[in-house]
Design a binder for this molecule. Structure first.
Ligand code: AP5
Ligand code: MG
Length: 216
């Protein structure tokens, strides 16, 4: 049976960083809703233009288009063994839609690591983040800088600062997270799937906590 892991947590906590490591180790596809929107933006699709109008304000893209995008992504062949979902679901309606679509792939959400850190840490991480233009590889000017300034170590493309990583937009995203996504913590706790992970420490330590918790 396919394995589906949902990474839950506030903006900038390290979901993308940990999802990449998990996906490589567990040989599961990494699906980041934010990356999919940014890819659409880069390719100037209609979906990309629509998403941009919400992302730039730090608001959530409407559920219907987000759900349709993820459904399409999950039906691709590289998701046959399952996936690490990063940034989806983000509302109770998205969580319900996910359960319904996973039934079609004869699966369900297996575990929900919930990564947390204080707001000051989230802002420091997001505002120092550099993202690779080609494939979204993640760096931080202080905590994880690329070897060569401005260039991705992995694919050599330019690294850039996300438009929505300005302090005021990050603050707004955190507020939106508290209002719209926090209910999912109880949703998955009740389902017995929530695994709390302290995201304050260094990347390697967070990874270790995450892997140990998933083993249990
Ligand atoms: P999205 O791209 O998903 O952003 P987010 O959830 O706000 O999360 P981030 O990507 O900002 O942070 P992250 O937790 O992945 O942290 P990262 O690993 O990069 O969404 C963007 C927008 O798209 C949304 O605002 C919304 O508009 C739209 N959207 C997306 N999904 C949606 C959905 N389902 N429904 C509706 N709308 C949706 O790490 C951050 C930084 O910290 C990096 O620099 C990294 O190097 C560093 N770092 C990571 N871990 C550590 C550590 N342990 N110690 C020190 N530094 C660390
Ligand atoms: Mg991310």
């Amino acid at each position: 049976m396919a394995t589906y892991i949902v990474l839950l947590g506030p903006p900038g906590v390290g979901k993308g960083t940990q999802a990449r490591i998990l996906s490589e180790t567990k040989k599961l596809a990494h699906i980041s809703s934010g990356d999919l929107f940014r890819e659409n933006l880069k390719n100037q699709t209609e979906l990309g233009k629509l998403a941009k109008s919400f992302m730039d304000k730090g608001e959530l893209v409407p559920d219907d288009v987000t759900i349709a995008m993820i459904k399409d992504r999950l039906s691709r062949p590289d998701c046959e063994a399952g996936a690490i979902l990063d940034g989806f679901p983000r509302t109770p309606a998205q969580a319900d839609a996910l359960e319904a679509m996973l039934k079609n792939f004869s699966g369900s959400v297996d575990a929900v690591p919930y990564i947390t850190a204080a707001e000051s840490i989230l802002i420091e991480r997001a505002s120092g983040r550099w993202t690779c233009r080609a494939q979204g590889h993640i760096y931080h000017e202080k905590f994880n800088p690329p070897q060569k300034d401005g260039v991705c170590d992995i694919d050599g493309s330019e690294v850039y600062q996300r438009e929505d990583d300005k302090v005021e937009t990050v603050t707004k995203r955190i507020r939106v997270y508290l209002e719209q996504t926090m209910p999912l913590v109880e949703y998955y706790r009740k389902a017995g799937k929530l695994i709390e992970v302290d995201g304050t420490r260094q990347v390697e330590q967070v990874t270790k906590t995450l892997f140990d918790a998933l083993k249990e």
